[in-house]
Design a protein around this ligand. Structure first.
Ligand code: MLT
Length: 393
């Protein structure tokens, strides 16, 4: 018997588990103190009316033998795949329903996708970035090259900022920095991938926060992307599904490597290892795409973007360097007084009772930076920023 030794190359615990443990310890030692959590990007607004009534109807269908459903199609029910397809059409992206795979969220698919790639390749991973990419590649034993994000490139690294790779991870709007690639920048990436036979794994979980009409919300808005990219999206941040779980992955039929359609491999992988998202949840997800559902999620996104503005304004007033928060729910600040990320985390927790996420948790390139999430309740965001202002004025 052999264990997967690659696991020994991981940090002891996943970033957000470490933060949760530290905050719980602090809270236990300071009973009665109000700690404001702007760390993990977890939504606070409840599911919208349309989503809830669609799910209630689905529950009622499940209670009658005539409408009860057992196993569903592993890749998602047609009603949801078609709703997603129609949503992409509004961005002028034509997809076939069989290019869309419904899943329980972007995080699972971003990890699972490695099943369809060989283990000897090199992954090109931004630094800093969402830690799941690095951890899942480490588990799979793939070679990793980093793509350096920094103030000079506005945390939007381009091919020249790394040493290349055959699997390229891009996240836009970015987690953790909130920075968003332009169409021109993504075109450079698409050309790079097509010219080098690489595949881009594009994480667009935060696409709904893009309000600048010039900025792309899908890699497939870029010419040539269908021959080099897979896109991962989620209802978590768009529609408050962090605890409800539903997402989707788009694998174009035109994406072929070594004469093999990656769509066919992903279908084989999903039908073997995944039994689909519950019918009730998929019904709720489909309601997001109705006109009423779109209006409701837009209202919620505007609420979080207003929080982001409150956070940005506070840091502007304090004279801190930051990016993000305009087309994204994350604000990425430079720690004051040259503090390292964890020292600043401890200072905010101990002296302002505010929790954020240390930038170094997203990779060595995040050292000296700090992420604040705009997903909190309005009154908590205001109170947190007042406390930080008091601490630094
Ligand atoms: C984050 O805080 O980075 C996200 O909530 C984590 C996730 O989406 O899994």
């Amino acid at each position: 018997m052999q264990v997967n030794q690659n696991f020994l190359n991981l940090e002891d615990s996943y970033l957000f588990s470490t933060i949760a443990r530290k905050v719980n310890e602090f809270q236990d030692a300071h009973q009665g103190e109000k700690v404001i959590r702007l760390g993990i990007g977890d939504v606070t607004l409840p599911l919208t009316k349309s989503v809830v009534s669609a799910m209630q109807e689905a529950v009622s269908e499940m209670s009658k033998s005539e409408t009860f459903k057992g196993y569903g199609p592993e890749q998602g029910y047609d009603f949801l795949r078609n709703a997603i397809k129609d949503y992409y059409a509004t961005k002028k992206v034509e997809l076939a329903a069989d290019e869309i795979f419904v899943s329980d969220g972007a995080k699972s698919d971003l990890g699972n996708i490695l099943d369809i790639f060989g283990t000897t390749g090199t992954s090109l991973i931004p630094n800093p970035v969402y830690p799941t990419y690095l951890d899942t590649n480490t588990m799979a034993g793939r070679k990793i090259n980093f793509l350096n994000g920094n103030e000079k490139n506005n945390f939007l690294p381009m091919p020249e900022d790394g040493d290349g790779g055959d699997l390229i991870y891009l996240c836009s709007p970015n987690n953790p920095t909130g920075a968003t690639y332009t169409k021109e920048q993504l075109k450079i990436w698409v050309d790079y991938a097509n010219n080098n036979g690489a595949v881009i794994l594009f994480d667009s979980a935060y696409e709904f926060f893009v309000k600048d009409a010039e900025l792309p919300t899908s890699i497939f808005e870029i010419d040539g992307a269908k021959t080099c990219a897979i896109e991962f999206c989620s209802f978590s941040k768009t529609a408050g599904f962090t605890g409800t779980r539903c997402g989707y992955t788009v694998v174009p039929q035109d994406l072929v490597r070594e004469n093999i359609k990656l769509n066919k491999l992903w279908l084989r992988r999903q039908t073997t290892k995944f039994n689909g998202v519950p019918y009730i949840i998929q019904k709720g997800a489909a309601a997001v795409f109705t006109p009423e559902g779109q209006k409701e999620v837009e209202t919620n996104i505007r609420y979080y973007l207003e929080n982001a503005k409150i956070i940005r304004d506070a840091f502007k007033e304090l004279g801190f360097w930051f990016v993000g928060g305009d087309n994204s729910p994350y604000i990425w600040i430079k720690c004051p007084d040259n503090l390292d990320s964890w020292t600043f985390f401890d200072k905010l927790l101990n002296e302002a009772h505010v929790v954020g996420t240390p930038g170094v948790g997203f990779g060595s390139g995040g050292e000296g930076y700090f992420r604040i999430s705009a997903f909190g309740a309005r009154e908590n965001v205001i109170e947190a920023m007042d406390r930080i202002k008091k601490l630094y004025k």
